[in-house]
Design a protein around this ligand. Structure first.
Ligand code: GLC
Length: 659
């Protein structure tokens, strides 16, 4: 059962697609105050579990910390960070012996979820304006509540099948030769691959929808050359449009009023990778269509996939911010503060001022959107920007390539965007803790509708190590988006750069052996508003031990995964809520199978092995490994698991849009 409560005059986010009548009165759960902003409080019982919040920090069970939905570019997200790239305001309170319930706070600006942080037994959700919709969903279990929620927010985005292959990316590939090298590096080592990503350097001076003329004088021919190798090139598109005389996207945008404006009506300018840029007004339907149709320049050259970036939107600095900081520095020096070594606080002030140049809340109050003729200040709708950039592209694809699926995923997102694209979890680090965080984010993202998801495998920032990359890939085998991506300046991270390439080949081959199954489960989840990844507590709610597990996931309806996420480990402890078959794909091609009883076990998993657990009485299809998705041969299919178990395999052509 779903009830919608309306407070004040909410902004229409279009997160929910189903029309529901607005209830009068107060929801039966928690207490609400609307006199100063909005405040929802709820007493938590000792045994309550709180799930949700999509791409957020910390655990699968969100109790014990504070999370702030405020889409933020934070490449250094340590455990203490409260805001990441997405804003997914849906939580489920799973209550023992009583009705569980879900809450969706449809509010497009900053909203804070204190889930037992200030007071251990209280959840407090607060935001600045009492203008929002609150959806309250009751059901028999957390899982049931999620499915009901998913139903009202509309079907999740479905990518083309090739996007279930492996992809290589690196910020720094610039020349045609760089891209060739990445593709050939894999092909020459026989490590399967389907995609090579193009980061910002493929563009001419970081100008959206351009390609570097010197490197790609005939871009279509280059795309074709890669296609010959069965590689899809996936270019990045950034949110900011470079300010440059003669650049037609910029000139058109200015002329047609497509950019976000300052209060005085001039186009707002902010520095990002290209230098000074304007932000297309993604909340204005006209600007959205205009920007979206620009993707055609690349699809015309044969491109069939994109990633949308910097769309929180990230700001390095604004003109105004820079002027203020310059003034500060001037005064700082004039007062001789820079020389006052006895006062360390001066140094902090200075550093703080410089640091606050980027992604400054002040800047988000300096520009406006035109939403159907209404002027809306950006900070009031900040969390909708990336969502609507991705929507712009996706809606345009319906015009540009009707009936065809195009790969699309975004860095920033809000619930509702899950209908238009997937997400990657932004800039992580080559840390073991971020491998575990990757695992924890996956089911929470599924709860909020995002099924096509994954993290930068191996870690984006910092130098990876061979073992970290192998372990991360062994988990990435199961994430719908399986991409190795690294930042400029870090250690080279392509699998072929390491000593033991055969280990990488083996792990990635396991992915390809599983693609028919993974695709089938993904599609079933998408078509039935279901989850692809689930916490164990969703399938075994009565099992207290299962409800506490934070490092294993249920995948589809047949398997459980328990990756190794610590260094120098030869295996790990795992909890089995029921008897299962432990399966290891060994590097020599053999498959180790062992029935394990319900309970705790230590399982050995070597660096060059990929493993999974098959649920009692179930079996999954596997095929022979292939070099790319297109070359997977279904006639090699065998069943793996319990004898005589059936599996209903979903398959389709992988490219046609499903209506
Ligand atoms: C951002 C993206 C990252 C990309 C970089 C350069 O940091 O999150 O993936 O490599 O920009 O475009």
């Amino acid at each position: 059962m779903i009830r919608k409560y309306v407070f004040g005059t909410p902004f229409e986010t279009e997160a929910v697609t189903q029309q529901l009548p607005a209830e009068t009165g107060m929801p039966g759960y928690g207490a609400i105050q609307t006199d100063e902003g909005f405040r929802f409080t709820l007493s938590l019982e000792e045994t309550d579990l709180v799930y949700g919040l999509g791409e957020a920090n910390r655990g699968i069970n969100k109790r014990g910390y504070v999370y702030v939905s405020n889409c933020t570019d934070d490449p250094n997200h340590t455990e203490s960070k409260e805001s990441l790239y997405g804003a997914h305001n849906f939580v489920v309170v799973s209550r023992k012996g009583k009705d569980s319930f879900g809450l969706f706070f449809d509010y497009p600006s900053t909203i804070r979820f204190d889930i037992g942080y200030a007071k251990r037994d209280e959840m407090a959700v607060t935001c600045g304006d009492a203008n929002l919709c609150l959806y309250v969903i009751t059901g028999e279990s957390a899982y049931d509540i999620v499915k009901q929620f998913r139903h009202i927010i509309g079907r999740s985005y479905i990518p083309p099948k090739y996007a279930f292959g492996f992809g290589q990316s690196r910020w720094g590939y610039r020349t045609a030769q760089d891209f060739r090298q990445a593709a050939d590096g894999y092909r020459n080592c026989n490590i399967p691959i389907d995609m090579v990503y193009m980061d910002i350097d493929y563009m001419q001076d970081y100008k959206d929808f351009t390609v570097n003329q010197e490197q790609f004088p005939d871009f279509k021919a280059f795309v074709d050359e890669m296609k010959e190798k069965k590689i899809h090139l996936i270019p990045i598109i950034d949110a900011g449009v470079k300010i440059e005389e003669g650049y037609d996207v910029y000139e058109e945008g200015v002329k047609e009023n497509m950019f976000c404006k300052r209060e005085d009506g001039t186009d707002f300018a902010a520095a990002v990778w290209p230098g000074m840029t304007h932000f297309p007004d993604m909340l204005n339907p006209k600007a959205r269509r205009w920007f979206g149709l620009k993707y055609k320049r690349l699809t015309d050259a044969g491109i069939d996939g994109f990633w949308n970036d910097m769309n929180e939107p990230a700001i390095f600095y604004s003109k105004e911010g820079l002027a203020e900081t310059t003034q500060f520095l001037k005064e700082f020096l004039e007062k001789g503060m820079g020389e006052d070594a006895s006062n360390p606080f001066q140094s902090f002030r200075l550093q703080g001022k410089i640091h606050s140049l980027s992604n400054n809340p002040e800047d988000y109050r300096r520009f406006y959107h035109n939403v159907n003729g209404q002027k809306v200040r950006h900070d009031k709708v900040h969390n909708l920007f990336g969502y609507n950039m991705t929507r712009a592209a996706s809606e345009a694809f319906e015009e540009i390539a009707p009936g065809k699926r195009i790969l699309m995923f975004s860095r920033s997102s809000y619930i509702g965007m899950h209908r238009y694209g997937g997400v990657w979890t932004g800039d992580n680090q080559s840390w073991w803790s971020h491998l575990l965080l990757n695992l924890k984010m996956m089911p929470s993202l599924n709860m909020c509708g995002f099924l096509y998801t994954g993290a930068d495998l191996g870690g984006f920032g910092s130098n990876t190590t061979e073992d970290l990359l192998l372990r991360w890939l062994a988990f990435g085998v199961f994430t719908p988006l399986m991409r190795n991506h690294a930042a400029m300046g870090t250690r080279l991270q392509e699998c072929y750069q390491f000593e033991n390439t055969e280990n990488f080949r083996h792990i990635i081959e396991v992915r390809y052996r599983l693609i028919p199954y993974l695709y089938s489960e993904f599609m079933k989840a998408a078509l039935h508003d279901d989850m692809y990844f689930r916490p164990l507590g969703f399938d075994y709610p009565e099992d207290e031990m299962a409800c506490e597990v934070e490092d294993q996931l249920m995948l589809g309806h047949e398997i459980m995964i328990a990756p190794v996420y610590t260094q120098n480990a030869n295996g790990r402890y795992v909890y089995l809520p029921e008897e299962m078959m432990f399966v290891k794909f060994l590097p020599d091609g053999h498959i180790h199978k062992e029935i394990l009883e319900k309970g705790h076990h230590y399982v050995k998993i070597a660096l060059n092995e990929a493993s999974l657990f098959i649920r009692k009485g179930k079996a999954i299809p596997i095929v022979d490994a292939a070099q790319c998705v297109e070359e997977i041969r279904m006639e090699t299919k065998q069943m793996l698991g319990y004898e005589n178990a059936d599996y209903d395999l979903y398959d389709d052509d992988g490219v046609s849009v499903i209506v």
